[in-house]
Design a protein around this ligand. Sequence first.
Ligand code: IMP
Length: 436
Amino acid sequence: MSKNVVILGAQWGDEGKGKIVDLLTDKANAVVRFQGGHNAGHTLITDGKKTILRLIPSGILHKHIMCYISNGVVISPDALIEEIAELKMHGINVQDRLRISLAAPIILPTHIALDQAREQLLNKAKIGTTGRGIGPAYEDKVARRGLRMGDLLDSNRLKSALQSLTEYHNFLLKNYYQAETVNFEQLLEKLRQQSEILSPMLTDITEQLHKHRLEGDNIIYEGAQGTLLDIDHGTYPFVTSSNTTAGAASSGCGVGPLYLDHVLGIVKDYTSRVGSGPFPTELFDETGIKLAKKGHEFGSNTGRARRCGWLDMVALKHSIAINSISALCLTKLDVLDGLDTVKICTHYQYNNAEFTSVPADCKLYESVTPVFETLPGWSQSTCGVTAADQLPRNALAYIKRIEELAGVPVNIISTGAERKETVILQNPFSSTADSF
Ligand code: IMP
């Protein structure tokens, strides 16, 4: 029977989803990206070789897998073609195994220009976006004036839709932001050329996914960013412009929620955040710097330094609830090796009152004080450990405490960047314990 597993970030992104999708792909037939765009950066390390994927699902490294980009994703043809070419250089044939939704909105260079001009104008109040045009592209989708990948198939339709959209964008760029405009004719010509490369891969992804489902295939729904960056449920306005939560796997693919069997929440055993916005457990001391250095906390996409702090159970429980997370995968355990103590934030305080939920109001969220529980650390290395009984006692106690507070099991523990550096207590595609 087909099993449909959603894999998403349970914090502010960069939890290490790419490695887990790549790993679990062994037991899947198809992987689909359901939201976001090339603001994501999924780093995969196989046999010491590093691959960074922004748009193409992390299953692409497996030759038996079909990969899909669904209607929920915003696509920059420039970024997509560049990524296809990069993978080709590594000997991976993308064209035969990648299919792209006709209904996916297109990110144009004007979206990128608008994103960057807007951030510049906001100055100190900026969101800290990746500058990839994500927000403006989603805005145009909702405003029903955006272009979709299907428009690439009809040259005349492309021309008229692009003309009115570039006129509108250029008006804003010139008159509101005093920024450079984009040449319509050149852009049209480029899109026409790009359409020749991309057209053979365009299709109805919803139909493809239901075919897989009815044939009994296992499907992974790959999320991007993280739960607290969700446009509705995250730390608004310091969020991305899509729904990053489990419901988006349904709306972003056209696969009804009752067809989804399992939601695997990927959570780092500390917290990081890139860009602006509230982050109650953020560390500004030596430990924060240590975590950032050891965890290589620099954006795989933009190269920006990530802010680091202790694990925040209030944020994680919020994430478990809104995603209906079935089980957790704990990543980067080895980054905490060698610390005398480790801390878990169990609740917040505000005005002497206890807070056990994420406040919807961002200003209030910025003012809460985290309250921590302190646990003993472990000196032994967990790096590369593949079985739970090889983990130090205190590391196991830390994981047990997370499970207790979370109310859901930790089924996978990642102990390094390589596929094999993983403890799999239960694989979401099988009911038994598994090991690689
Ligand atoms: P945007 O998605 O580029 O509009 O950026 C909005 C916010 O989401 C910023 O704080 C970004 O740093 C953050 N963001 C976007 N993509 C990622 C990601 O893949 N990982 C972590 N943060 C992200």
